[in-house]
Design a protein around this ligand. Structure first.
Ligand code: SF4
Length: 349
């Protein structure tokens, strides 16, 4: 595929069709960085309000390095993949110590920072600094596979690197940021995944091999994902007066360091659930089952049985959060969305 041919039509198309997004209006390195990290694994529409709130409260590298982790996680609550937020803070510390609080204008240097890989480094370097550095993600891989009618597995080793190299060679001087974004934008709004590209609206339709061969719906080729592990859990909403029992998850692993409602592995019957509560030093006042809930992580699926329990006395081993404070100050991951909703609706003493 001769990528030099796509540059001009893509740039023209992008000029007319770019969506107005909060981070595009003023693409400083800090804003591009935060937006790109938020956009990993998360839809644009979901990111918008988070981005604006985040920038209001944490406007620069120093503020990010200094914000207490609990507050940062609260601001991130609901976005998922919380290690992204922790890496941002860690990277901000490095930037303060080693780079005078500025993001370096070099993809190689950017990649040394926690949480910044090839893709994010390319996005910051090209969009914020105008450097000829491609940012190849799933969207761009899909567009390229279709343009070339390539049947190679896009997740195979080497495919990304080769595409980066081919694209780097055609980066337009003075327009690097627009070119990076035009590729992303085409993948996000026209060359859509799951066999549904809008070829009629595509500025590259005349250059596209997949379109010519009628193969666009069958591409790209991707190895099937490993099946998600299913895990049964029992989650307890334990209320004592107006306070609910929560605890912090361990500092490593799934949902590290976030707050959760106490739970155990397995789908427990009411009798076994009561035994667990007794083991925690709690005597049960009333107990009723909660509706079943499910949460899908990238590799695991939690299938949650739940109990809503009122207890006359608190016990050690938990934090007992007043309900308004829980909603205001505690970062509880969206795995517990159903429980939070239940608490909002039924949690008054
Ligand atoms: S013509 Fe269709 S398949 Fe080809 S790049 Fe454009 S939208 Fe994608």
């Amino acid at each position: 595929m001769d990528y030099s041919k796509i540059v001009s039509p893509l740039l023209k198309w992008y000029k007319r069709n770019a969506r107005s997004l909060p981070w595009r209006d003023d693409p400083t390195p800090y804003r591009v960085w935060i937006s790109e990290i938020m956009l990993q694994q998360t839809r644009v529409e979901a990111v918008k309000p988070y981005f604006e709130r985040f920038l209001r409260e944490i406007p620069d590298v120093r503020a990010l390095a200094e914000i207490p982790e609990g507050r940062l996680l609260k601001l991130w609550e609901g976005l998922g993949y919380y290690s992204r937020a922790r890496s941002l803070k860690k990277a901000a510390g490095v930037l303060l110590e080693q780079y005078g609080g500025r993001l370096p204008a070099s993809a190689e240097e950017l990649k040394k920072l926690p949480g910044i890989g090839e893709y994010t480094a390319g996005a910051i370097a090209s969009i914020a600094y105008g450097l000829p550095e491609p940012a190849v993600d799933g969207n761009v891989l899909r567009v390229a596979a279709r343009l070339a009618a390539s049947h190679r597995d896009v997740s195979a080793p080497g495919v990304k690197r080769e595409l980066r190299e081919s694209l780097r060679a055609v980066y337009p001087a003075g327009n690097a940021g627009a070119f990076t974004q035009s590729l992303m934008e085409l993948g996000a709004t026209v060359c859509l995944p799951n066999g549904a590209p809008l070829c009629g609206a595509c500025p590259l339709a005349g250059l596209c091999e997949a379109r010519r061969k009628g193969e666009e719906a069958a591409l790209p080729v991707k190895a099937p994902k490993a099946e998600r592990r299913k895990e049964d859990r029992t989650v307890f909403l334990i209320l004592c007066g107006g306070a609910v029992a929560v605890r912090r998850r361990p500092e490593t692993g799934l949902l590290a360091g976030l707050w959760e409602f106490p739970g155990v592995g397995g789908a427990l019957s009411p009798e076994r659930a009561e035994n667990v509560l007794r083991g925690w030093g709690l005597s049960v006042g009333t107990m009723e089952p909660l509706p079943k809930a499910k949460h899908v992580f990238s590799h695991i699926e939690w299938r949650m049985t739940g109990y809503f329990v009122r207890v006359p006395k608190t016990a050690a081993g938990f934090a007992w959060a007043e309900i308004p404070a829980l909603f205001r100050d505690y970062a509880v991951p969206s795995a517990f969305r159903a429980h939070l909703k239940f608490l909002r609706d039924h949690g008054s003493p």
